[in-house]
Each structure stands twice: as C-alpha cells, then as structure tokens.
Design a protein around this ligand. Structure first.
Ligand code: G1P
Length: 298
C-alpha cells in the first residue's frame, strides 16, 4: 500500500514525429499547435491541474523549442509590457508558471520503456505519473486525479483504459481485465503491446496516462526489446501485473470521457476542429463557417 501523494510527472517527448514531416523537420512534434497552444502545453496543464507540479520532460533531438516554450522569454515580455499588452503577457505566463518543467535527453531512441528509464533519478522512490503527449484529455473529464486516488487505495500501478472498436485495438497496448470492487476500476491480468485484432485479449486499450510504482525501473532495466524492436512500457507493466507487491498489482481506471488524438494527421485535424468549436472566443463563428463550408462541399 502506498499513502504517498503523487507529485511528479514524466512526459516523454522524444518521438521523431515522422508522420508530420516536413513540419517536424526542425521542430518537435509536441510543439505542433492545437488552435493556439502547442499540444504539449495541454498535457503540462493537465498534469499541473492534477497537482503534479514537478514535471520531467524527456526530449530527444530538436529539444530547443520545448525548452524555450517552458522558459521565460525576457525580450517578448519586455515588448508586451511596453505595449501594455496584458492579455498577451498572461498567455505567455500561463506557459511558464504552470509547473516546474525539467528536461532530460533520452540519447538513443530505443522506445517508450527506455525513455521512462531515463526518469529514474528524478522520480526516486515514490509513485509517479506518466502522460503521453499524443493523447489529450478534455479537462472536463480529467482522469489523473482518479488514477492517483486508485493508486493510493490499492498500491501498485494504475493505467487508464478505454474501450475501442476491434479494428482499432492493434494501435494500442491491450489489457485483459477482471472486474474490481468499484464500477470504474478493474484488475489488469495481462497486457500486450499492439496485438493483431484476432489476438487481442479485449477491446480495452491503454491510453497514455499511467500512475506507476517506481519498481517499474528495475523491471524496465531487464525488459528486452519487444514490438518494433523497442523497449516497451507495456511489457514491463505485464510483469508488474503478475505481482501482488513490488510494483504490482496493476489496476485500470476505465475512461469514458472526451479524448483527442494528435498522433497522426487525420486525428490531429479532427482534434483542432473539436477543440476550436468548443472555445468560447472562436467556437460560434468557426462552427457557423464550418456548417456553410460543408454544405457547399456537398
Ligand atoms: C504508446 C504505448 C501504447 C499505448 C499508446 C497510447 O504507443 O506504447 O501501449 O496504447 O501509446 O497512445 P504509441 O502510440 O506511442 O506507439
């Protein structure tokens, strides 16, 4: 059992972003704007809103824009002050003041599990959260606070699970589950990374939110490369799922809320449209235009 409050979050941001070339030639994919904020800022804000104010971002090549985005911009601030642009000032402070963001470089891109291993020193000996940047969770449907609560109650590790259609399960880690004592919590009995539809243990997909026991590091160190010849976080969690202590068991919190995917071009476009339509400042006008545009396209 762990009564420790989770305060640290790890955000892997070392992906090559090849699906978005040439946009990601000189810029990390995490900096792709979703309306007017880089995707990664939504993720940092989600972590901060869950009380995770100490964040480690694991970066790879082209990390400069990420570091700059979460750092002060003295020149820009001075300009905005001169002009009396308080709204602008507030927007740039929102990026830097939301949390303390630290950076570490992954070195070789050997997979998500390998990226998480580089966070071992930062994390120390307490449970911690992992947020993957391709998944955006609507703040109205926040799941991390519930996951932290479940981890405090059951100990071990906790993952977020979402039911997807059978033809989508091969894009995700898939979990075999048993019902738990609470309606939204299940016990995870096994996990497999991106199975073929016919081999998937269920349609419950791992979405990119985890609250992990630090025991995961020892397991990751011994985890051989798996799918795609990469060290997979899912494979290490499969080991923890077989344990009753030392990082296990693994519980799943079922997510039924609004989730947006920025991982590929089509979903990225859908995400922008969805988020823009819900914005008070842009939504009404944008939706009116969109309706007209679509009726003309018919
Ligand atoms: C990663 C994980 C996978 C998970 C997915 C969620 O895969 O390896 O288990 O289901 O994130 O977005 P990726 O999409 O980075 O290949």
């Amino acid at each position: 059992m762990s009564g420790n409050r989770v305060t640290k979050a790890v955000i892997p941001a070392a992906g090559l972003g090849t699906r978005f070339l040439p946009a990601t030639k000189a810029m990390p994919k995490e900096m792709m704007p979703v309306v007017d904020k880089p995707a990664i800022q939504y993720v940092v804000e989600e972590a901060a809103a869950a009380g995770l104010s100490d964040i480690l971002m694991i970066t790879g090549r082209n990390k400069r824009p990420l570091e700059d985005h979460f750092d002060r911009s003295v020149e820009l601030e001075a300009r905005l002050k001169e002009r009396g642009d308080l709204a602008g000032l507030e927007l740039i402070h929102a990026a830097t003041d939301v949390a303390a963001v630290h950076f570490v470089r992954q070195g070789d891109p050997k997979g998500l599990g390998h990226a998480i291993l580089t966070a071992a020193t930062f994390v120390g000996s307490e449970p911690f959260a992992v947020l993957l940047g391709d998944d955006l969770i609507d703040p109205r449907d926040a799941i991390l606070p519930r996951m932290i609560e479940v981890q405090a109650e059951f100990g071990g590790s906790v993952i977020a699970l979402m039911e997807v259609s059978p033809d989508e399960i091969s894009l995700y880690g898939a979990a075999a589950i048993e019902p738990g004592t609470e309606a939204d919590v299940v016990r995870v009995t096994s996990l497999v990374e991106k199975p073929a539809a016919a081999e998937a243990p269920s349609n419950y997909a791992v979405i990119g939110r985890y609250v992990l026991s630090p025991e995961i590091f020892e397991v990751l160190e011994k985890t051989p490369p798996g799918r795609g010849d990469e060290i997979q976080l899912t494979d290490a969690l499969q080991v923890l799922a077989q344990r009753d202590d030392r990082g296990g068991p693994v519980h799943g919190v079922l997510f039924k809320g609004r989730r947006y995917d920025t991982g590929d071009r089509l979903n990225y476009l859908k995400t922008i449209v969805q988020i823009a339509s819900e914005r008070n400042d842009l939504g009404p006008e944008f939706l009116n235009w969109l309706k007209e545009f679509i009726s003309e396209k018919r």
